[in-house]
Design a binder for this molecule. Structure first.
Ligand code: B12
Length: 392
């Protein structure tokens, strides 16, 4: 490790480290102790209750999450950082919504690069020899450590809140191999008080109690992380959301005055104004359906969070949203997907959308009966039958 600046006290050293983090561009910076997160017990209970659904990596990372020192014994303190991403809502032309965080460049890439720059700066300045950098899908309970490092306070929707950015910021961390005193608690922290706007607004009732979100009921989970069929009751509740969901953040009064930071992450070409017919629900439903693998999807959404659900997940989501918009739009595309999409999940989602929005059309009814008669995958056939039973 490079030599520390002479005669620096632990506090001044901490301030020098934090200054470097601000210089790299992070909005919120702090130091937390490197050890079990304060909410470790809540995390363990949440996993034991299977609130994580099919996100197996969270269960596999249980031991490291409960005490990160078991995985990174060299760690002495944790540098926690926040990067704002507030921006106007993204409405797709012709309907459908994408969570704001996914409108532009993928924050995982942006924050990883910033952490890399910070690491090099700390080394250059002889302040620390930082270990691993983290963002998101990692065995660290990020919000808990960040709250301990003074970055914000948890809301009833479990989102960490900042007085200026509200819930509209991402988190990242850098393990440090030196003992730094934790950041003192900020003089002003947001608080929910008696407000229950997020709990009241969540259409699926995913916020079970203040601070506790059941991922298996969360629209964000179903549209981003979950593979395969979405349970029937949640399909209509997903409303306009084709990727992620911002409802609990949008209704939070703490975020209502956050600045427009869209320039930071840019806007994906498919969502630029005038890009139509790209970025429409129909486009998300049909593009790539004829391709034998996901290469085209990965290429199109390179550097974007929309890569994650794959072509099949995005097409499934688009079909569900079209079913929630009984305007006639997308009818032909839904019939085509029902008849020809190679994915049973997409065929079943198209069948659901057609039964939800277009069942009075005799041609649609005939297409559904035909599709059901020749559906080779029993699970998809069962799902189509349930859609018809529900809506007939
Ligand atoms: C799995 C995951 C999800 C899952 C599950 C979410 C959940 N609430 O657990 C799904 C896919 C649903 C999801 C959705 C979203 N996610 Co997410 N997700 C994660 C991930 C990878 C792990 C979260 C986890 O371990 N959950 C288990 C629970 C127990 O942990 P927790 O939610 O952090 O728990 C806190 C609260 O529950 C609180 N708490 C628990 N009980 C109580 C009781 C009271 C009274 C109080 C006050 C607090 C409280 O204590 C915990 C620590 O602070 C983290 C990154 C990470 N490694 O931590 C990102 C992360 C939490 N997600 C993030 C984001 C941006 C989102 C979305 C906004 C994306 C979107 N627009 O669609 C939504 C928000 C949904 C929500 N309200 O939580 C950000 C949050 C930033 C912030 N400012 O809070 C993170 C930190 C990623 C990042 N690096 O920026 N996510």
């Amino acid at each position: 490790m490079a030599p520390a600046p002479p005669q620096s006290s632990p506090e001044s050293r901490r301030e020098l480290v934090l200054e470097q983090a601000r210089e790299v561009g992070f909005d919120l910076v702090g130091i937390a102790p490197f050890g079990p997160p304060p909410d470790a017990r809540r995390f363990a209970e949440w996993i034991d209750e299977k609130r994580h659904g099919s996100m197996g990596y969270l269960e596999r990372g249980r031991a490291a999450t409960l005490d990160p020192r078991s995985q990174w014994p060299e760690g002495k303190s944790l540098l926690v950082v926040g990067l704002g991403h507030s921006r106007p809502a993204l409405h797709l032309p012709g309907g459908g919504r994408i969570a704001r965080y996914a409108a532009g460049r993928d924050y995982h890439n942006v924050i990883s690069k910033m952490l890399g720059r910070l690491r090099r700066a700390l080394l250059r300045e002889g302040l620390a020899s930082p270990g691993s950098g983290f963002v998101d899908a990692t065995p660290l309970l990020e919000r808990s450590h960040a709250a301990e490092g003074g970055l914000g306070a948890p809301s009833k929707a479990a989102n960490l809140l900042d007085v200026r950015l509200g819930p509209w910021f991402f988190l990242g961390e850098l393990i440090l191999d030196l003992d730094l005193s934790p950041t003192p608690a900020p003089s002003r922290l947001p608080s929910c008080g008696t407000c229950t706007a997020c709990i009241d607004a969540c259409p699926t009732g995913a916020i079970l109690e203040p601070g506790k979100v059941d991922a298996t009921r969360c629209i964000s989970y179903h549209t981003i992380e979950h593979r395969g069929l979405v349970s029937h009751d949640l399909r209509s509740q997903a409303g306009e959301w084709a990727f992620g969901c911002d409802i609990c953040s949008e209704v939070c009064p703490w975020g209502s005055k956050a600045p427009d930071l869209s320039g930071r992450f840019g806007t994906h070409p498919s969502f630029e104004e005038g890009a139509s017919p790209e970025g429409t629900l129909v486009d998300l439903l049909v593009t790539g359906a004829e391709e034998s693998d996901d290469t085209g999807h990965r290429e199109r959404w390179r550097g974007s969070p929309l890569r994650r659900p794959g072509r099949e997940g995005l097409a499934r989501n688009a079909a569900i949203v079209l079913g929630n918009r009984p305007t006639g739009a997308g009818l032909d595309a839904l019939v085509t997907s029902l008849e020809r999409d190679p994915s049973p999940t997409v065929r079943a989602a198209a069948a659901w959308a057609l039964t939800a929005a277009h069942l009075e059309d005799a041609g649609v009814r005939a297409s559904l009966d035909r599709a059901l008669g020749r559906e080779p995958i029993p699970e998809a056939a069962r799902d189509m039958r349930a859609s018809l039973d529900q809506n007939s």
